[in-house]
Write a protein that binds this ligand. Structure first.
Ligand SMILES: [Zn+2]
Length: 445
């Protein structure tokens, strides 16, 4: 389905929503598109009777777009499926997600990316754009069929070995050159493998006290430096996944100052949580719920990431939603899988870290969680303004509530959220995909 087409038929009126946090307005939706935006549209002569969604006090944002989601299908359907992951996405206010390639089999051929794309079409709750692997089997040895994936029905534009770093400089250079032919982008998981052998958590004071093998910031920063230089050398686009250190921010700021086509994302958890939680937290010490790749860093890193997201050095927020079944997380620290779920809490965490702190307004949130990720992924029909003629991909959000995080009701098949025991602001009230509600009153339709 073309993401620009409407889904037909139904009309609805979203009444009194604050678009990007502005003054209340009505949004008339018809045929999957925004038909009109204005004051008091109800009762306007000539307006057909419509279904009305009351949105007084709610913020209207363009449907959120995630550049970095692990849906786990095919291969790890015990952790997540396209169906459960897109349900979680809709509940989080997302209308499109990019599904990472580290599945089993790996999404490194046109056949596998088309399979994931079709599963997304069938789910119907959220558009799924597959990410293609850069190298065959994520093995880092030879390039995958990037052109075939780009030409497939899935129209892949983002390529990543995420979970692993493309550490071979020659392969990375060739991938950056190759994707230029179809306006693609290589999304690098920046982790120098030799510097992180056996690494368990951020290298610093806490890892020293706990006796866990450290994961140095330089392992991320060295790859980001190299890849910015490579991207500039070949004149290609580079995207950097889950930036986690203050040093990485400085390198990206420098690369952007040169005019190089480098973009970067940060996860919600790296905007809020620190490595001190590994030592002392509401759920004890050494709790693998906080084990994640890249690791949680220091308070100073968190502050640098927030500033970088606010000033545009980091372009967007991406969840790195990484579901794992209980048996892979509730085990001893060294054996536990790395990763956290995040689709259903992303907007709340961004409100807490960026809006409540005065660093971003809602227009800024829309830019970084919808418009920019859609642009980086070349995802037509998403990240568009809420204006007449645009696809009606809309999220209604109530920023005024605050509640304890309770994963019991999550749609994700996994429960590995690091926010249990915390209170977070906000609630996604409704999500519309091309005018059709996927979530109403905080529940799946
Ligand atoms: Zn990654």
């Amino acid at each position: 389905m073309d993401e620009r087409n409407g889904t037909g038929g139904e009309s609805l009126l979203i009444r009194g929503a604050r678009i990007l946090g502005g003054e209340p307005a009505d949004i008339l939706v018809h045929d999957g598109l925004v038909a009109e935006v204005g004051r008091d549209l109800e009762g306007r002569p000539g307006l057909e009777p419509v279904e009305i969604v009351e949105a007084a006090g709610l913020i209207a944002l363009p449907g959120l777009v995630d550049l970095h989601t692990h849906l786990r299908e095919p291969g790890r359907e015990d952790a997540e499926t396209v169906e459960t992951g897109t349900r979680a996405a809709a509940l989080g206010g997302y209308t499109a997600v990019h599904a990472m390639a580290n599945t089993d089999p790996v999404a490194d051929t046109a056949g596998v990316v088309e399979q994931v794309w079709r599963l997304g079409q069938e789910s119907g709750r959220c558009d799924v754009r597959p990410v293609g692997a850069v190298t065959v089997g994520l093995q880092g040895e030879r390039l995958a069929e990037l052109g075939a994936m780009a030409d497939s029905a899935a129209r892949v534009r983002v390529f990543s070995d995420d979970g692993k770093c493309v550490s071979d400089a020659v392969l990375m250079r060739r991938a950056l050159e190759y994707v230029k032919a179809f306006d693609g982008v290589v999304a690098q998981h920046a982790q120098e493998p030799r510097l992180t052998a056996g690494a368990q958590m951020n290298e610093g004071a806490v890892s020293g006290r706990l006796g866990l093998t450290g994961w140095p910031a330089v392992a991320e920063e060295a790859i980001i430096s190299r890849d910015c230089l490579l991207a500039a050398h070949v004149g290609s686009r580079l995207h950097i996944c889950h930036v986690s250190t203050a040093g990485s921010v400085e390198i990206i700021r420098w690369a952007k100052s040169k005019g190089w086509d480098v973009t970067a994302e940060v996860t919600p958890h790296h905007l809020l949580l620190t490595d001190e939680l590994v030592e002392d937290s509401p759920v004890g010490s050494y709790n693998p719920i906080y084990k994640v790749n890249p690791p949680l860093r220091t308070r100073a890193d968190v502050m640098a990431l927030r500033e970088a997201l606010a000033d545009g050095t980091i372009d967007c927020v991406a969840t790195d939603h990484a579901p794992h079944p209980v048996e892979d997380k509730e085990t001893e620290w060294a054996a536990a899988a790395m990763g956290m779920i995040g689709l259903e809490t992303a907007l709340a965490v961004v409100q807490e870290a960026m809006v409540e702190t005065g660093l971003l307004d809602w227009a800024g949130v829309a830019e970084r969680m919808s418009r920019t990720p859609a642009r980086i992924g070349r995802l037509a029909g998403h990240g568009r303004p809420i204006e007449a003629g645009e696809p009606a991909n809309i999220t209604l959000y109530d920023p005024s509530v605050r509640a304890a995080v309770d994963p019991a009701g999550y749609a994700s098949k996994s429960r590995n959220t690091p926010y249990e025991g915390l209170t977070l602001p906000g609630r996604v009230v409704a999500t519309f995909l091309r005018g059709r509600p996927t979530v109403l009153d905080g529940k799946l339709t």
